[in-house]
Design a protein around this ligand. Structure first.
Ligand SMILES: Nc1ncnc2c1ncn2[C@@H]1O[C@H](COP(=O)(O)OP(=O)(O)OP(=O)(O)O)[C@@H](O)[C@H]1O
Ligand SMILES: [Mg+2]
Length: 262
């Protein structure tokens, strides 16, 4: 795996981050709280790569960065490990820490560009409207396969929700965004995060499939079966899902609760 940007590309990226030249970049996504952005970097040969940026603005972030404990570094490490174990993720290309002229530095992770993508939640909703139940079932199986793959490697990731599964232009399903993924050593931490991970997946399925909550109940049953969940765990997950759903007001037009099987 190449851990270094080609000098020309690095220079261009540096200029972009310094605000000196934006040409050759498309901003795909601005991350919440000014944390950074996701860029498409266009190259002379017509190819492109994706650059995920973390702005290290304050002293705390600079220290985490220096200690190699930053969110960017964690995402890079997790992403590379999962890639090495054949979890379907964009090909990781390199990670760099670049100083910027206005102070501080930026961490950048460069990876394969998946092209035009859609979040799998939108795709499931589209399939729901078209009543394509067979395709829904196979997409759900694929979601569970990827989740099982991640968990089987000893990772837990509370961001394992449908917005972080993309359908690539080729139709393949890919997981992205491992900023909060980890491999906990303590069983207690692992158990808690595992329940949160599964709850996030079910909760995001509710949003994708609403108002047809029955579909989520079927998905939850498949998930419980796949992961051999006992009644305690099912009850914990159900409580977590409902806790999060209840935070949304009725005016947002989102289901505020769901009766999951326990
Ligand atoms: N490799 C890629 N190829 C194509 N598009 C990508 C790629 N990686 C990310 N994107 C696009 O960028 C979006 C945001 O990426 P990502 O999920 O990594 O950001 P984020 O950390 O979740 O940001 P926030 O925490 O603010 O939601 C994705 O939903 C997708 O549209
Ligand atoms: Mg994300």
């Amino acid at each position: 795996m190449n851990h270094f940007l080609a000098p020309e590309a690095k220079k261009r990226l540096q200029k972009y981050l310094n605000g000196e030249q934006k040409r050759g970049f498309d901003c795909l996504y601005k991350r919440l709280g000014g944390r950074g952005e996701v860029l498409r970097m266009l190259h002379d040969d017509g190819s492109s790569t994706i650059v995920k940026v973390w702005h290290c603005k304050n002293l705390y972030e600079q220290i985490k960065n220096a200690l190699r404990m930053s969110n960017g570094r964690r995402e890079w490490d997790m992403h590379c490990q999962l890639y090495a174990h054949k979890v379907p993720v964009p090909v990781p290309l390199c990670f760099e820490n670049l100083p910027v002229s206005h102070g501080g530095s930026c961490e950048v992770m460069v990876m394969e560009d998946l092209g035009e993508t859609k979040p799998v939640g939108h795709y499931l909703n589209f399939l729901r409207l078209k009543k394509k139940d067979d395709v829904i079932a196979s997409v759900e199986d694929e979601l569970l396969d990827i989740t099982e793959n991640i968990v089987g490697l000893g990772f837990v990731d509370i961001d394992n929700h449908l917005r972080n599964f993309l359908v690539a232009s080729t139709g393949r399903l890919v997981r992205i965004d491992f900023e909060v993924a980890c491999r906990p050593l303590l069983q207690l931490v692992s158990k808690k995060k595992y329940a949160q991970m599964m709850a996030r997946l079910i909760e995001s399925h509710v949003y994708a499939m609403q108002p047809e909550a029955d579909r989520t109940i079927i998905f939850a049953k498949k998930l419980y079966h796949r992961f051999h969940m006992d009644n305690n765990l099912k009850a914990t997950i159900s409580a977590l899902v409902n806790q999060r759903l209840s935070k949304h007001s009725a005016s947002e037009n989102i289901l505020c609760s769901i009766k999951l099987p326990v």
